[in-house]
Design a protein around this ligand. Sequence first.
Ligand SMILES: [Zn+2]
Length: 187
Amino acid sequence: MKKFLLILLLAFLCVSAQPLWAIDTGKLLTNECRANLKMLNKATEKFVAENDSGLPAWSTYKSVRDMLLEIKYLPKDPVPPTKDCRYFLVSLSTDDFQWYCNLHGTLEGDKTITFNYHEHKIMAKTNSRYLVIDKYKDHTRDLLRWTEYSPTLTEKIKYNYNKNPTTTMVLVIFGVLVIIFIYKNVF
Ligand SMILES: [Zn+2]
C-alpha cells in the first residue's frame, strides 16, 4: 500500500511539472514564420524609403526578390519553417503593404484563425483591408480550408505527446504496472 501511494505521489508530481517539458511546436513554427514576415516587411520598408518605385499589388517572393529587393535590403533569404510556408507581397500603396505566408497569413491582421497543421497547432492572421486584391482573397479562402484539416492518428498522438509528455509517459508506466500486477496475481 505504501509503495502504491509513493507511485501515486510521483505520478502526481510528474503531471504537475508537465509544463516544463511540454513543447508547443505550433507556436515555435508560427514565431519563426512571423520573424520572417517581419524581416520581409522591414526590407520592403527600407526599399520604399530609398526608391521612387511603386510596389506591385501582388507578387511572389521570387519576383520581388529579383526585381526590387537587392542584397542591401535583404541580406539573406528567409528560411521557411514548414514546407507550406511561401511568401507573397500584397500592397495597396507604398505605405500600405504587407508580406503574407501561405500558411501563417499576415503579421498584422484583423482576424486570427487557429487550426491543426499536421501535429502542430498553428495561428494565422488575415487582413480584410487587402481583400480587394483577388489573389489575396484566394489566399484567405485557402487558409480557411486548413480549419477543416483533420490530423491523422499519428499526428494526434504526436500532438498530445508534445503537449502532455509526462501524462503520456505516466499512462504508459501505469499500464505496465497493471500488467505486472495482473501477471503476478493471476498466473
Ligand atoms: Zn509560414
